[in-house]
Design a protein around this ligand. Structure first.
Ligand code: DGL
Length: 238
């Protein structure tokens, strides 16, 4: 089926997920919707996020005829995935959640989860901890106000200021893994590693790519003739 896969985020963050999906599925074609006009999502209410994301999903399904929707955003997934799946029952959805399961399954003892305020405070994030954390494992949650926007706007000073605060807050912990619970954060892996050397950085993009592949097969909607082309749409011109 040669309809495209629609991928969305509040800006450039989801390109980290797109890259992983494209590696696994080079014969699919994609639309990447960067909602930079509404960035950041992570400091909005659930109602606001849902309204914004629902409009984009509507556009991708009805105007662009996408066969699948990938929410390449932890904030939108943890806050609105349930409602979206209920509303658009016929279209397969794949979301992105903080890779807490990966950290726990790999037996890291002291995991730090960095994400937006809306993701950190979401029920879904707390469920993920409850479902996966084993005895002897510690998980520290830190909400990084402003970090996604600083990455989006390439504000290096702000990025360093926020990371310095995170480092300070965890100074008494032996952090062995960091879950990058926002799709913008893998774009500053180098900077995070400077503050946290010898720490494993985890994100959910490979898991998302595998789930996309599984669902395309399950729904029998794979594209055998695509070229990996990506149509980029920005809600605001930069
Ligand atoms: N990249 C998004 C995430 O994964 C959203 C960041 C934001 O807009 O606050 O959470």
């Amino acid at each position: 089926m040669n309809q495209k896969i629609g991928i969305l985020d509040s800006g450039i963050g989801g390109t980290t997920v797109l890259a992983e999906i494209k590696k696994l599925l080079p014969k699919e074609d994609y639309i990447y919707y960067a909602d930079n006009k509404n960035n950041p999502y992570g400091e909005k209410t659930e109602e606001e996020i849902y309204k914004i994301v629902d409009n984009i999903v509507k556009f991708l399904i009805y105007d662009k005829h996408c066969k699948m929707i990938v929410i390449a955003c932890n904030t939108a997934t943890t806050r609105c995935m349930k409602q979206l799946k209920e509303k658009y029952k016929d279209i397969p959805f794949v979301g992105t959640v903080p890779a807490i399961k990966v950290a726990c399954d790999n037996n890291y003892k002291n995991t730090l989860v960095l994400a937006t305020p809306a993701t950190i405070d979401s029920e879904r994030t707390h469920e993920l901890i409850k479902e996966n954390k084993k005895i002897g494992q510690e998980i520290t949650l830190i909400s990084c106000d402003g970090l996604a926007n600083a990455i989006e706007t390439k504000n290096e000073e702000k990025i360093n200021e926020i990371l310095e605060k995170v480092k300070y807050k965890t100074k008494n912990k032996k952090i062995d893994s960091i879950v990058l619970g926002c799709t913008h954060y893998p774009l500053i892996k180098k900077e995070i590693n400077e503050f946290f050397p010898n720490t494993i950085l985890l994100d959910g993009s490979l898991g998302v790519a595998k789930q996309v592949k599984r669902l395309l097969h399950q729904y029998n909607i794979e594209n055998l003739n695509g070229t990996g082309e990506v149509e980029f749409i920005y809600s605001k011109k930069n």
